[in-house]
Design a protein around this ligand. Structure first.
Ligand SMILES: [Zn+2]
Length: 185
């Protein structure tokens, strides 16, 4: 394993590094595309918004799920795209969607937000952000139901946050299964 300090020493000593050596030295995300004798070009990975697989930057049609990305983007409402992004395997993308959905306050997202929190039981930061996002939705049975469902999250801080949010909103915790409530408190 070569440390970054050593890499920078090698880079400073060598004007042109052969591609195989450079590929071994740099982590995948910052690996430049080298052309012999040319400056390195940094590339950002691009992902399909539907199946979330990494795709070539120039492709309009995903080679995996065959979706026409510009057509899908134009024909799918923004909220629906944000809700779909809650399934993204990258936590930073999911977090972006959660924040945006919380800002938009669209009740359509209530169920999907809770599903997302329960699908990633160990992601406490995400779970807490989802409680906040759900708490910002308009007062409705959907919001109350979502906060009650969040009480089944495996993380105690998330459960406590959902209970606190319900209390702040003047509602009482009514999880569907009282036994589970008893066990988890
Ligand atoms: Zn795809």
């Amino acid at each position: 394993m070569i440390a970054y300090r050593q890499i920078s020493q090698i880079v400073s000593m060598t004007k042109v590094i052969p591609p195989p050596l450079m590929e071994n030295l740099l982590p995948f995300r910052v690996r430049p595309e080298w052309k012999q004798g040319e400056k390195a070009v940094m590339t950002t990975p691009r992902y399909c918004p539907v199946c979330f697989k990494e795709i070539p930057p120039e492709d309009c049609v995903c080679p995996f799920c065959k979706i026409d990305i510009p057509v899908w983007t134009r024909s799918t409402p923004y909220t629906s795209r944000l809700i779909h992004a809650l399934n993204n395997p990258h936590s930073e993308v999911r977090m972006g969607s959660i924040l945006s959905l919380g800002e938009r306050g669209d009740l359509e997202a209530a169920r999907a937000l809770v599903d997302c929190a329960l699908r990633w039981p160990t992601d406490v930061v995400q779970g807490l952000e989802i409680v906040r996002a759900v708490g910002r939705l308009p007062d409705s049975p959907e919001r109350k139901d979502a906060l009650n469902r969040l009480f089944f999250h495996s993380s105690r801080p998330v459960r406590k946050a959902s209970e606190r949010t319900l209390r702040d909103l003047g509602a009482t915790l009514r999880p569907k299964n009282p036994e589970v409530r008893q066990r988890r408190l």
